[in-house]
Structures are given as C-alpha cells and as structure tokens.
Design a protein around this ligand. Sequence first.
Ligand SMILES: [Zn+2]
Length: 386
Amino acid sequence: MRLGGSFTLSSGLPAMKDYYLQCISCNSVFDEVVFRCPKCGGLPIFKYTTGKFIIDKSKPGMWRYSNYLPRITNIVSRGEGLTPINEVEGVFIKNEKFNPTGTYSDRASSLIASYLLTNRVSKVITRFEEDFTYSLAYYLNGISEFEVVVEDVIALNTTEVSSILEMNGKLVMRVGSPTNYLEYANPLTVEGLKTIAFEIVERGVRADTIVVPARSGVLAYAIYKGLVELAEAGIDAPYEVVAALVRGEAVPNLLKVCRGMKFDEVYEEEILNAIIRLSKRGIRTKPLSALAYATASNASSAVAVVTMGFKAIPIHRSKNDSVRKEVCRIVREAGRATAYEIWRKAPIYTLRGIYKLLNSMERRKEICSEVVYRGNRKVRYYRMCE
Ligand SMILES: [Zn+2]
C-alpha cells in the first residue's frame, strides 16, 4: 500500500470501534481513516466515543494516553514525549526540544510511523518541510520507503538536508510540486501533538493559560482539541489556549472553529526582545518559540509551548575551573597570547579543546580578544579584558 497516491486506507485497519473521523470544515463523518476530506478537502479529525480517560504508565512516553489515540498494534517509539516543564523568569516552559530530533514534530512522527507499520504502508511521499521532514526521516527509517519532494531547491537549508540523509539513508529526494502527499496537517499529526496538553494536565501545572505559537495553527488546534477531550471525559483541565501570532498575520482558518480560543498578536520587536532575553540566559531558541514566550511573559500565569531548539549552552564550570585559572594566569603574564601559545604553555587540553574553552570564556567576558593582521594572515590574540 502507498500513502501519497491515495489517502484512503481501508484494508488492514484495526476495527474502529471507539472513534470515527469528522471533517472540521463540512462536518462529514467517516468510519475509516481519511487524511483529507474527499468532499471539501478539509482536515478530518478523530472523535472518540470511549468516554473514559485512562493513563497507562506501562507504555512509553506519550503512548501512556493510547486510550485517546488511534488504535495502533505496532508502536514505533523513539523516546518522544514526557518533555520537561521548567520555569524561566516566572514563565513555565513546556520544552519540546527534549524530543529525539529536538522538536514537537516527533510526537506526530511517532504516531505516523506506528500507523504505517500497523497498516503495512510501504511508501510515503511528503513535501519538504523544515523540522517535520527531519523528524519523519528519523522515524520512518526502516519502517517504509520515504520520498521527499522539494519545491524550492534554492531555499533549502543544506545543513538540514545533510542531517535528514544521516537520519535515513534510504530516502529519495526529488524536485517537483506534489499533489497527493502526506501533509503536515493531517489527522495523525493532530493526535500526536495533542498529547502535549495531556502532559500539562497530568503534571497539574499551576497556570491558567497555555500559549502556543500559531503559524499553520495545527499545534494550537491540537492542544485545544486535547483539552476539549479531557473536559468531555470529565477531567479537570482548567487551561485557556492562547494562540500567539506575529502582528499582522491572519488567524489560521483551522483556529477559527475553536470556541473560546484567544489570540495574541505580538510585535516583531517583542519577539526580538524575547530572543535577546533568553539568549542572555544562555537559552537559544527559534523566533516562533520566542513568540510564545513573549506572550506568556505578559500573562499572569502561563505555560509557553516552546516547540524546538530551546538549547541551553552547556557550561562545565567546575570541571574547567582550574584550566580557566591557568589560562588567565598565562594571558596575564604574557600580556597577550594566541590560542596556540596558550596551548604550548598549558597542554592540558587538545589545541581544539583550548579553542573551545577560549570561545566560551570570551562569551562570558572572562577574557577578551583582538585580531591582528600580519600580511594575509589573521592572528587572534587573547588578553585580559579592561
Ligand atoms: Zn469536509
């Protein structure tokens, strides 16, 4: 069976007893899994009739909520889900960087890979999308053939392409504009992403708002859906969803059907500000995540869903302390010294290790540097800061 040519999968499906699918645009109901509404092209979503919310802690990560996920007999789990919730300057952060490929997409990929394996789908076609394709490449490795169609080669991030190829040596990439393919916005993605809401509720985070960055709106929709399902199952899920948008951007269609969802428009200056504030704390993030953080820091108590790349720069201070002191001593004595000269006097690390250490010391203003030109050569000297 191929996924990408036809989206209707009916053979080999486990019986759908406790759920059906419904198109969010025209409300058509389907008793089989469809990836696009055949009537209007809208997004079909799973509707559960189970009624009881069960957490099965014997299952890995987000699969503990299997009772509110599509029936899967072969789970493909690579450590996704159960990401940490930390507090940064009074704002809770649901940190999705701690998924295997560093993004929330892994929740969707785990579900998609499991679904494909369960239904023996041998080939998948997708359109290249940053992060999502990367994550899928990792999860589909060894599960099914994977063809990635690239629409704009010039805009490709080649670093990501290399990583994708490392993740999955068998995938095929080609240029084109696909018509029938597995889109990011599909019913399984929604099911995977909604588990973020389940985890926040299970942890009982003391906040009243969940702030989600909204671009396509899929993530915000999924979190909203998760909260609605919990409420319908009688679970206390007292959070309001706020979709954070870049000022001037339209509300995604998907979110217009969400009753009670709030929207917050954020100025680009505020996003940049949030990026700077987080950077100063050693936290690197992508603009979309900073957008949610900016909105959350204006709310009284909020959880910001940080979707990716929220990386703390590792600081091995205690380990390096004596080496740092030694480096400072050498530099102070010499007045100024190159990395090579420092290394010759303190060959405790490799030369490469010394370069790394000097870089981190400079970032923290423990040491300063200047570049001197000698003919065509550039020489960097380290000295104590004034
Ligand atoms: Zn429809």
